[in-house]
Design a protein around this ligand. Structure first.
Ligand SMILES: O=P(O)(O)O[C@H]1O[C@H](CO)[C@@H](O)[C@H]1O
Ligand SMILES: O=c1cc[nH]c(=O)[nH]1
Length: 291
């Protein structure tokens, strides 16, 4: 087994991994990812007890138990570039031996649930609802850097999407990846909307928002809302799901994203107060994980 060099897997003097500042053994198998560091204590406040905590940059974590089930909650900050750090370091914590710097023979598979906020692309998908992402479309391009990505992507969906939107050559190629069946089924319920989520590499132009700068394609959101692939439609925008789904699949972890819809882009509406919606979504996810 070849040794991973100091420059490739950076371990801090206290034995924790470079960005997350978490040590092997301090991570639960059930992981909740949130974008906002301020959301971490909203999750951890429901724990029976907290055993470990860490803070570095936007990466804040708490590990404890909820109704006896071990859970780690970790903030990712915004964007799929951060997800590259988070997923690689979470995987390293369980699947690389930090002493010998070698990949472990026996792999651990994590359950990763992202609880986020999102903007709807369909008029009938109201603000303050919950949406579970069956598929994610990465407008960010991150997964395209990893070998084997074609093997886990829906190439037919990608092709039709590029054809129907007149995808510009100047943009990175979109990739389409699925949630883990196991976690999707665990989080599914009649009150939860299901859909296909775009992860955008920005909040404004990349999600079709115009403040002062005009877009290259002013019709992009209309095209995306009208698009259909088999029986599925594109439902919402956020900024992390695609990379979580893609990297989890490549590394052998389970992942699902469930978001509170805080804006309806077609109706021009914004939630009056999304915090209680997120709070009840957190409770819902914790109860499902502890079931
Ligand atoms: O509320 P979070 O989890 O951060 O999710 C959404 O909110 C941020 C943008 O405001 C992006 O991270 C997007 O994905
Ligand atoms: O419209 C929205 C709302 C939340 N998060 C996003 O990325 N987009």
């Amino acid at each position: 087994m070849s040794r991973i060099e100091e420059s490739e897997l950076i371990i801090n003097p206290d034995g924790s991994v470079f960005h997350l500042h978490i040590k092997p053994g301090e991570l639960a198998k059930n992981i909740i990812l949130v974008g906002d560091p301020g959301r971490v204590d909203t999750v951890a406040s429901s724990f029976d007890k907290t055993d470990y905590h860490s803070t570095n940059r936007e990466f804040v974590s708490r590990t404890g138990t909820y109704k006896g089930t071990p859970v780690t909650v970790l903030s990712t900050g915004i964007g799929t570039d951060n997800i590259d750090i988070v997923l690689n370091e979470l995987d390293a914590l369980v699947n690389i031996d930090f002493e010998s710097r070698t990949i472990k023979e026996e792999k651990t598979s994590l359950n990763i649930v992202r609880i986020g906020t999102s903007g709807s692309l369909q008029k009938d998908l109201p603000v303050d609802s919950w949406l579970l992402s069956h598929k994610a479309i990465g407008f960010d391009g991150l997964l395209n850097f990893y070998d084997g990505c074609e093997g886990i992507c829906n190439l037919g969906f990608e092709k039709k999407l590029m054809e129907e939107t007149g995808w510009s050559e100047r943009l990175t190629k979109p990739y389409v990846v699925e949630a883990s069946d196991k976690l999707f089924n665990l989080l599914d319920a009649p009150i939860v909307y299901k859909g296909v989520t775009i992860s955008a590499p920005g909040f404004y132009g990349p999600q079709g928002r115009v403040l002062r700068l005009p877009l290259k394609d002013a019709q992009i959101n209309d095209k995306l809302s009208a698009f259909r692939y088999e029986d599925e439609r594109i439902t919402n925008y956020e900024m992390e799901c695609s990379a979580i789904y893609g990297l989890s699949k490549l590394m052998g972890h389970h992942a699902a994203t469930v978001c509170a819809i805080i804006a309806n882009r077609k109706a021009g509406a914004y939630s009056k107060d999304y915090k209680p919606v997120i709070k009840s979504l957190i409770q819902y996810v914790l109860d499902r994980l502890a079931h």
